[in-house]
Design a protein around this ligand. Structure first.
Ligand code: HEC
Length: 141
């Protein structure tokens, strides 16, 4: 009986100590997290007006060229029909920069004025904006 009594007393003594330790640890962790959160929100609050950082490879009206935009547009949106043997090849054949340059006026007309091309779909606002900028700048390569 004496042994059992000792064990019980031992357990009763130990448990509250362990609980206190856990609680202390929780308080420390919680405090650390709160400080971290406050630091983050303070960081964001200090510069709310900052514009997003410019992506180095983003094509804009300012840097648009045949190589970074127009070539891909004509290939994906036009060459399905305007390639040798395609349905639109009688009107205009897309096979590189020279073929676009030679038909720039007509291309401008059908994509931006009458908007009849591409015949099976349409260009997005962004594509039209970049295409217009590219045509206006004199078709930079
Ligand atoms: C689904 C097939 C198809 C697609 C895609 C297409 N075209 Fe056409 N396109 C035609 C056909 C067919 C003609 C000739 C008949 C006509 O004028 O409607 C034509 C005619 C044209 C003409 C001559 C029109 C004229 O009267 O001056 C131009 C310029 C032109 N397309 C440009 C483009 C451009 C630029 C694209 C891509 C943005 C494009 N097309 C996409 C089928 C297509």
């Amino acid at each position: 009986m004496a042994v059992t009594g000792n064990i019980t007393r031992y357990n009763l003594k130990q448990q509250p100590v362990m609980k206190t330790k856990k609680l202390t640890l929780n308080v420390v962790l919680f405090t650390a997290m709160s400080v971290g959160l406050l630091a983050c929100s303070k960081d964001q609050a200090e510069k709310p007006q900052d514009p997003p950082p410019p992506k180095p490879d983003e094509v804009t009206a300012a840097n648009v060229t045949y190589a970074n935009f127009a070539s891909n547009l004509f290939q994906t949106k036009c060459s399905g029909c305007h390639a040798p043997g395609g349905g639109g090849s009688g009107a205009w054949t897309f096979n590189g920069y020279a073929s676009v340059q030679a038909n720039a006026g007509r291309i401008n007309n059908v994509t931006l004025v009458t908007m009849t091309m591409p015949r099976n779909g349409s260009l997005s606002a962004k594509e039209k904006e970049l295409l217009k900028a590219w045509l206006d700048k004199g078709l930079p390569q």
